[in-house]
Design a protein. Structure first.
Length: 205
């Protein structure tokens, strides 16, 4: 998956760069250029938000993680992982790899909500309005409401009692995804830039 840089960080699936070097060599070359490997536990970050974040519908992304709604929480969490996401649930559902079954920790699960967004070619009843982070073992963390805040629920409670509320799941990160802090003297917009940065350095050395 092509990742867009956010907050001075970039996530990259090294094999997808299709470079003529083993993965460890690619990492070594990036480190030599001033990139810094980062370790981010997405699930632990999400759990910290249960204790420290408050919910407000329509919270602005720059208010996260102190104040969030469901989609701004997801946007902030993945931003910490070096993955840029758009603001709204329906936009977030368009990115990543579709997951139809066998959810993994870190996948993002969508369902209907109080305000559902839908495209012109879709029926309004199939709109997307709520999103959460799948933890594994059929558990989900999500920014639920003003009263409940950020909570951990079973997948069944997250989806609620409305028949057919599930709106799909997406996978933005995989086990091979690595996170790097971008050095200030190098411009990186997307993870594909790393391919050309490395190749240009090799050509000039």
């Amino acid at each position: 998956m092509l990742h867009r840089a956010v907050g001075g960080r970039i996530a990259v699936d090294v094999p997808e760069l299709a470079l003529p070097f083993p993965e460890n060599v690619v990492v070594e070359k990036l480190l030599a250029l001033g990139f810094e490997r980062l370790e981010v536990d997405l699930i632990e970050l999400a759990r910290l938000c249960i204790e420290h974040s408050t919910y407000r519908r329509g919270a602005r992304p720059q208010e996260a993680p102190e104040t969030v709604d469901c989609s701004s929480l997801v946007k902030w969490l993945f931003g910490e992982y070096g993955v840029w996401l758009p603001r709204r649930t329906i936009q977030q559902r368009e990115l990543g790899h579709e997951v139809s079954e066998c959810f993994a920790a870190g996948d993002v699960v969508f369902c209907s909500g109080r305000q559902n967004w839908f495209y012109e070619h879709e029926h309004p009843a199939s709109g997307t309005g709520h999103v959460g982070i799948y933890l594994g073992n059929r558990r989900v963390i999500h920014a639920a409401s003003t009263k409940r805040g950020v909570v951990e629920d079973s997948l069944e409670d997250f989806l609620g009692t409305e028949p057919g509320a599930f709106r799909g799941a997406r996978r933005y990160i995989r086990p091979e995804t690595r996170i790097f802090k971008i050095p200030k003297h190098i411009d990186v917009e997307t993870s594909d830039d790393l391919r050309w940065i490395i190749l240009s350095r090799c050509a000039s050395s």
